[in-house]
Ligand binder design. Structure first.
Ligand code: BMA
Length: 357
């Protein structure tokens, strides 16, 4: 082969690579290493791994319950195990994202261990107002932030350095199902809640042991992720947005609850807007949660989700957890859905752990 021809082929390959690279989206899965369909807490297992031969590039974990001083989160995952799996995934070179479904600091006092009473889904009015005012709820909430801080600080690598992670509090706030949702507080109050959380977790503190001042939690990237709207505009987005100086990643939580046609149309409409905003504001955009509960259509992976990922410059797309009783959003090994998931996996538009190592 002549040198020139070689160079052209090489350049073409690079261009194709760059093109795929540009559109390739990391695949993520919530609670991936803890449990799946028919198994729980067996080290190394993962429904994604067993469906396609690789771990997801991104793993998601939830801190709900840490605020109460519980040893397990709201989905019964021990926090010690969460810490261990965050370390494992970091060691493998994977990306980590952490969400938080804290209980309702007003109603949990009367309903300490129930659901939905007292939980994040106990969407009573006035909770954010009470957190921001002086008083009992504020004081309680600050002890909650302290517990989150202590846990995040404990997420260190083998050299004792903070593990980088994407922190995603106060998500889906344009809906009304969480107590921080849009009918339960004003945009200013929402932003103040986000700011309070961020400032508390990142404030410089002096360490009385060694007299040094250090960032209390470092290595955090901050995500703002509203829920699928279908007609999101820059104005409606900006109304609640905590601001460019506070947000590193713009997310969208988009599930297919209704028809496929609605899901595709609405997701594309919101991604058109968010990706344009992200490009202008130099922020990556991700599908911070997505999925089709129980994946009733096995072709969903390669026929519905993949074409969306191929068309948008997304950072990642994370499907929710594989819990039993129909509450699964990832692939299930040895099913038809796993066959279609392998097409999704084999596509140049998706990235799994090996692709990013
Ligand atoms: C929801 C459901 C709940 C779960 C919560 C936090 O979407 O999966 O069962 O408790 O997320 O993981």
């Amino acid at each position: 082969m002549s040198n020139v021809k070689f160079q052209i082929i090489f350049l073409l390959a690079c261009t194709l690579c760059a093109c795929h690279q540009k559109n390739a989206v990391m695949f993520g899965h919530q609670d991936d290493p803890f449990y799946g369909i028919g198994w729980a807490y067996e080290s190394g297992r993962s429904d994604v791994l067993e469906s396609c031969g690789d771990y997801p590039a991104v793993m998601g974990f939830d801190l709900g319950g840490i605020e109460m001083g519980d040893s397990k989160n709201l989905d019964s995952v021990p926090f010690d195990r969460i810490r261990e799996e965050i370390r494992n995934h970091h060691r493998r070179g994977g990306v980590i994202t952490v969400s938080w479904h804290p209980r309702n600091p007003v109603t949990t006092l009367a309903h300490p261990n129930t659901w939905p009473e007292g939980s994040a889904w106990d969407a009573t009015d006035g909770v954010v107002t009470a957190i921001l005012a002086e008083g009992e709820t504020h004081d309680l909430f600050m002890t909650w932030l302290e517990r989150v801080r202590m846990f995040l600080i404990s997420l260190t690598d083998d050299a004792g350095k903070p593990i980088p992670l994407i922190f995603r509090p106060w998500h889906e706030n344009n809906g009304a199902w969480f107590w921080w949702g849009n009918t339960h507080c004003t945009p200013d109050e929402y932003r103040a809640l986000y700011t309070l959380t961020q400032d508390y977790l990142t404030a410089k503190r002096s360490n009385s042991d060694n007299g040094l001042t250090s960032n209390s939690v470092s290595g955090l990237s901050w995500s703002y992720s509203p829920n699928l709207d279908g007609a999101m505009t820059e104005d409606t987005f900006l109304q609640w947005y905590p601001g460019d100086e506070r947000i590193d990643l713009i997310g969208l939580d988009a599930y297919q609850w209704g028809t496929e046609e609605d899901f595709v149309r609405q997701t594309r409409a919101d991604l058109d807007m968010l990706c344009a905003f992200g490009a202008q504001h130099h922020k990556p955009v991700a599908l911070t949660e997505c999925g089709f509960r129980s994946v009733p259509d096995p072709t969903w992976w390669d026929r519905v989700l993949l074409p969306i990922l191929a068309d948008y410059p997304l950072y990642y797309a994370l499907v929710w957890r594989n819990a039993e009783n129909g509450e699964h959003f990832g692939p299930v090994p040895d099913t038809e859905s796993a066959e279609h998931f392998r097409n999704f996996y084999n596509s140049p538009y998706t990235l799994f752990l090996h692709d990013i190592q």
